[in-house]
Design a protein around this ligand. Structure first.
Ligand code: AMP
Ligand code: ZN
Length: 736
């Protein structure tokens, strides 16, 4: 048995027997591990990457113990009947690529390359092999045939199913044997061919027009979801191997299916330790494309964020707890990582000033302290704090460096290498010497001036009693922020308790459609210069070009102000920020599809001078039963809700009415929800169809796939109904 030099070795939670166990290699000195890898018709999102980081830390721990590892990470390059395939967004990407003449393998190659790049940027050790599903169809067919022979699988109409009743251990990993609930979630039609609805597919007959298909003894078809991992893990790691990793969502049905196939095929237990990582949430909710919070590593590039800041962030939460990702926490991690790397650079410079003290006896204690956390079910957050404790301690610098080098073999933060050795150029050295001289004469004005100058030239300088050291800034340290950006509404001050400073605030949420934004803003320009109006823009994570255009227009016109958010926060949050920051007595929220064609301000002011009216605008909605809203059809009068195209209210009602509900990330139906919030405080909603505005097509609506926008609208409608379904008393039809 391999035991590390200091008698410590990794103990980790095994999902199979629900116990934290010491990892004892099947073959002495060697571990075989398999990680469910990426699906390559899209980018891996940062949740997927968290799972790969977990596998990387496990592997680094084992290698630290002197164990050799063989690590297999599969590349799923064949589409399965999985949820994301059905999500409109992704189908569209694949469809579009195919229409452009790309083949499915070109799409897969493209995303495989991007995945490998992401892993490299995150310092994830490359797997020994990345086998592709499409290269293993033969093995898959062989395994399937053998399962049919063994009568654990059966054929119906060219489809092969695994019969769970013929495998007595089905459910041993997850405790689950039912897929019926899951089916509802996946929105997959029930397959009527199956004998038992919980049987799962090993091989699926190709439907008409399908491109990716292979010849098999059962006709043309393609493999089911789980079989590729059984086939490839056994091929490369054998009939009994040590570790299998994945995210918790893989436990059922994917890994349960894998166990059934592999064990029915080999006749014995195949995987010794099953290890699963908890999910990453984004902004508090499950990451999904349709919620608009599915981030990829490339999203960080624009914000000049070091990918390793994400690795650092993942180190701050244990692998078996959920991690709530926010851009604020990512930025905080980036700062912490820079501070740590900087300190280590300082330490390595101080080392040169140090006498050679004998310190080696301290090393085992610190190493043991660190490893006992890491090996204790991968308690990396504590290990990270020990690293900080170490660099801040009064240990001799040489000892610190030796230890940091060891720790970083596991942490993988480039702590030693991040700041390369730097030989100060001559002209810079002259400046520094001059500066040191002025410091010694206490001429701090001059020394600060040079410090600032160097800072602007992208150097970092550190002063000591006797000398000064300089280094170039790291790539990611150089701020590219051309304007201030915020990461969440929490960072933005609420001004609604202060008295108004203007008569009107116009609020506009913008995203990536410059022509709409221009039309909308330009249509308001002639009014905002003439009247007591501020124009507030919330740049909801737009691209650089739009961000810049908004900055320019805000500089040019003093009444226009832009607040930039570094990513797309939900619609309700975005509008809440506009409300929070408005200083006008009346707030008019406009949509970018609206062009102002005349004076809307006087009529709105007149309507809202009636204190019984809480909300006005041109496009009212009515309902008789809450189940269906229809528009006010050009009628002037009281309504049940007002559409967001143009939505005006007095700022002082916010204290009673409150802000919008954050759970509405998509815009649709948020307007009826907020209308009801306003009505619930006893206010009326008046539609004035004569307000001079032109309504153009709505670009977000038009650019969202029909199935997706319907789904998002429905979800929001349900949120609305869950809160208001018993409040028919608020309806106009029930008012006297
Ligand atoms: P997939 O590409 O969906 O097969 O996922 C690749 C890996 O990422 C699997 O191990 C999943 O369990 C894992 N995974 C998926 N979503 C998340 C998430 N939000 N957080 C952490 N891991 C995830
Ligand atoms: Zn898998």
């Amino acid at each position: 048995m391999t035991i590390s030099k200091n008698n410590l070795s990794l103990r980790i939670f095994n999902t199979l027997n629900k116990q934290t166990e010491q990892i004892i290699p099947i073959k002495d000195g060697h571990i075989s591990m398999y990680t469910c890898g990426p699906t390559v018709y899209r980018d891996a999102h940062i949740g997927n990457l968290r799972s790969y980081l977990m596998a990387d830390w496990i592997r680094r721990c084992l290698e630290y113990q002197g164990i050799r590892t063989t690590h297999i990470k599969n590349i799923t390059d064949v589409g399965h009947m999985r949820q994301e395939v059905l999500e409109q967004g992704e189908d569209k990407i694949i469809d579009a690529a195919i229409k452009e003449g790309k083949t499915t393998s070109e799409i897969a190659d493209f995303y495989t390359k991007r995945f490998l790049k992401d892993e490299k940027l995150l310092n994830i050790l490359p797997a020994t092999k990345f086998p592709k599903a499409t290269d293993h169809i033969e093995e898959i067919i062989e395994m399937t045939s053998k399962l049919i022979e063994a009568k654990t699988a059966y054929e119906i109409n060219g489809n092969i199913y695994f019969s769970i009743k013929n495998f007595k251990n089905y459910g041993k990993l997850s405790g689950n044997t039912q897929i019926s609930n899951l089916l509802n979630n996946l929105r997959i039609e029930q397959d009527t061919n199956k004998i038992n609805p919980n049987d799962f597919t090993l091989w699926k007959k190709a439907e008409k027009g399908r491109k990716l298909k292979w010849k098999s003894p059962w006709g043309y078809g393609f493999p089911g979801w789980h079989i590729e991992c059984s086939a490839m893990s056994i091929k490369y790691l054998g009939n009994f191997f040590d570790i299998h990793t994945g995210g918790v969502d893989n436990i059922f049905p994917h890994h349960e299916g894998e166990i059934a196939q592999s064990e029915a095929y080999t006749g014995n237990q195949v995987v010794k330790y099953w290890i699963h990582g908890q999910h990453l949430l984004a902004d508090g909710v499950k990451m999904s494309k349709s919620s608009g919070n599915s981030y990829i590593l490339n999203d960080f590039k624009r914000l000049n964020i070091d990918p390793l800041a994400f690795r650092y962030l993942c180190l701050t939460t244990k692998y078996n707890t959920r991690l709530n990702f926010t851009f604020s926490s990512l930025k905080a991690s980036q700062k912490a990582l820079f501070r740590l790397q900087h300190r280590i650079w300082v330490i390595s410079n101080e080392k040169k000033l140090e006498n050679n003290t004998k310190v080696e006896n301290q090393i085992p204690n610190w190493e043991n302290k660190f490893l006992s956390c890491v090996y204790n079910n991968l308690d990396l957050p504590v290990a990270l704090s020990i690293t900080w404790e170490l660099v801040k301690s009064d240990l001799p610098n040489q000892t610190k460096l030796k230890l940091v080098e060891k720790f970083d073999k596991i942490l993988g933060l480039n702590l030693i290498k991040s700041i390369k050795y730097f030989k100060t150029p001559k002209d810079l050295q002259i400046k520094i010497t001059k500066r040191s001289l002025s410091r010694s004469k206490k001429d701090f004005h001059y020394s600060d001036e040079i410090r600032n100058q160097l800072n602007n030239e992208s150097y970092v300088i550190n002063d000591y009693h006797t000398n000064t050291i300089v280094r170039p800034k790291m790539k990611w340290e150089k701020s590219k922020e051309l304007w201030q950006t915020f990461s969440s509404s929490k960072e933005i001050k609420n001004l609604t308790n202060q008295p108004p400073k203007k008569k009107f605030s116009i609020g506009l949420v913008t995203f990536n459609k410059l022509s709409d934004i221009k039309r909308s803003i330009e249509s308001a320009l002639k009014f905002i210069d003439a009247k007591d109006i501020e124009y507030l823009i919330l740049d909801n994570g737009s691209n650089f070009k739009i961000g810049k255009w908004l900055e320019n227009i805000s500089t040019k016109f003093k009444n226009i102000r832009t607040i930039h958010i570094d990513h797309s926060i939900g619609e309700a949050e975005a509008k809440n920020i506009l409300i929070k920051q408005s200083i006008g007595e009346i707030i008019i929220l406009l949509d970018t599809s609206i062009e102002i064609s005349g004076d809307i301000f006087n009529p709105i002011d007149k309507t809202l001078s009636n204190k019984n009216i809480g909300l006005t605008g041109p496009f009212g909605l009515k309902t008789n039963d809450l189940n269906h809203f229809h528009d006010g059809e050009g009628e002037y009068g009281y309504m049940d809700a007002m559409q967001f195209y143009c939505f005006a209210f007095r700022r002082n009602i916010i204290n009673e009415v409150g802000f919008m509900r954050k759970s509405f990330r998509f815009y649709r139906n948020l307007d009826i929800d907020y209308s009801f919030q306003i009505k619930n405080q006893g206010y009326k909603i008046l539609a004035d169809p004569n307000l001079p505005v032109i309504k153009h097509p709505h670009s977000i609506w038009n650019s969202t796939a029909p199935a997706l926008r319907d789904e998002l609208s429905k979800k929001n409608y349900k949120r609305f109904l869950d809160k208001w379904r018993n409040r028919k008393d608020l309806l106009e039809i029930n008012q006297m």
